[in-house]
Design a protein around this ligand. Structure first.
Ligand code: NAD
Length: 382
């Protein structure tokens, strides 16, 4: 890095650490972690550093890779490698490079995993060889669905996996409030457009979709919801939204956001029905909710926005159909992410214990006694 970039990075990191008191408190409670080999497959931006540097300082060995190459910041990887981490990860790495990263992670012989999306677990299940993993922590709804699907198809887990996605202090706060806020903040910053006089269609009304819808309304949009679950469709109506089927709502939308965790929710079948000038965004974990392969040929319009002309109409694709708030923006605020990161550290501290490791190999919710102290401290701090 050039000297100015190094100085700016150090300032950012000092600022980040200063605004993460909960993470600091959890870091101070880490035991000696000599012998722990933790493989992580996560988003690697500057907000992650305080947790991983604390693990390294306590003797933990780390192997870094990612669940999404577009959210990786190379200066973050370099910083952690300089502090002792191993890594096979960089911004924009190809699918083949990611597959190679999985080989390297497995060859590195991790004793524990910290995942967002269950890539390492899926690779281990596919390989079907014995491995030294004792326990894992999974952070995403998409990862949990993937593990459930693999198990339903006959795969046998070899270690317990603790789910911290659906904790009230994770999905109830981060998913519900921060994804929407950061998505529209990012959209406005990148496009220089607000949502006033725009009709926003949110597809999927889980906690993420609910937050995206509420924030879109706060940012000036007129919001409607497409949801396949009739109970959630009713929830959307009770919250005051127009809610119905994708087919009836799509032709009126100026901005369409997918928030489902499902593949190909918006396909070539839908694209011909979009309005001229419509924006397509995704906030789901995997960049496959929009069938981007069918949006061709695409030309860059402005950074993070590409345009394609279909049937004489211009369609804009935001952030390549990958997670809008993380790929084109900074994601959560520091104070909000502090709670998430502190919860992750509390979860890691737990999976390093014999109590966690001795559980039969299956999926478990992260026990309440693990995360409640973090919530109690956060409630006092704020
Ligand atoms: N961008 C971020 O920073 C961020 C943060 C947290 C979670 N996520 C991701 O966001 C996604 C959604 O998370 P969630 O917690 O709200 O999930 P959820 O499963 O609770 O909700 C998803 C909703 O989408 C609906 N849905 C699925 N397929 C649909 C379809 N074809 N048409 C209409 N509705 C459909 C489901 O019925 C469900 O109500 C996941 O992939 C999750 O990993 C993203």
């Amino acid at each position: 890095m050039a000297e100015d970039a190094v100085k700016e990075f150090e300032q950012d990191l000092t600022w980040t650490r200063r605004h993460m008191p909960l993470t600091r408190a959890q870091s101070e409670q880490l035991p000696d972690l000599t012998g722990v080999r933790l493989a992580v497959s996560v988003h690697l931006d500057i907000k992650a550093i305080p947790a991983y540097e604390a693990l390294l300082q306590h003797g933990c060995q780390l192997f870094l890779t990612t669940c999404n190459p577009l959210t990786v910041r190379n200066n973050v990887v370099s910083d952690l490698v300089n502090k002792g981490a191993d890594a096979h990860v960089w911004h924009g790495m190809s699918a083949a490079d990611q597959a190679e990263a999985m080989h390297r992670v497995i060859a590195w012989q991790p004793t524990h995993l910290c995942e967002m999306g269950a890539d390492i677990t899926a690779a281990l299940l596919e390989q079907r060889q014995s491995n030294p993993v004792k326990a894992s922590l999974e952070a995403t709804g998409s990862g949990i669905s993937r593990i459930n699907q693999l198990c339903a198809a006959g795969a046998a887990l070899a270690y317990p996996i603790f789910n911290w996605d659906d904790l009230p202090i994770k999905e109830g706060l981060h998913n519900r409030y921060l994804v929407g806020l950061s998505t529209w903040h990012t959209f406005t910053e990148r496009t220089h457009l607000s949502l006033h006089r725009k009709r926003v269609l949110v597809i999927g009304y889980g906690l993420v979709g609910q937050g995206v819808a509420d924030s879109a309304r706060a940012y000036g949009g007129t919001v409607s919801i497409a949801e396949r679950d009739p109970a959630r469709l009713l929830e959307a109506r009770y919250a005051g939204y127009e809610a119905g089927s994708l087919d009836e709502l799509l032709p009126h939308a100026d901005v369409v956001v997918t928030a489902t965790g499902a593949r190909h929710v918006l396909t070539i079948r839908h694209f011909s029905r979009l309005k001229d000038g419509c924006f397509l965004l995704n906030v789901g974990h995997v960049a496959d909710e929009i069938e981007v392969e069918a949006l061709v040929p695409r030309q860059p319009a402005i950074p993070f926005v590409e345009e394609v002309t279909l049937n004489g109409r211009i369609i804009y694709l935001f952030a390549g159909g990958s997670m809008a708030n993380l790929v084109a923006g900074q994601g959560d605020t520091l104070n909000a992410f502090d709670l998430t990161l502190a919860t992750m550290l509390a979860g890691l501290r737990y999976i390093f214990t014999p109590e966690a490791q001795n559980q039969p190999p299956k999926l478990y919710p992260l026990p309440r006694q693990v995360w409640e102290p973090v919530a109690a401290q956060a409630a006092q701090v704020s």
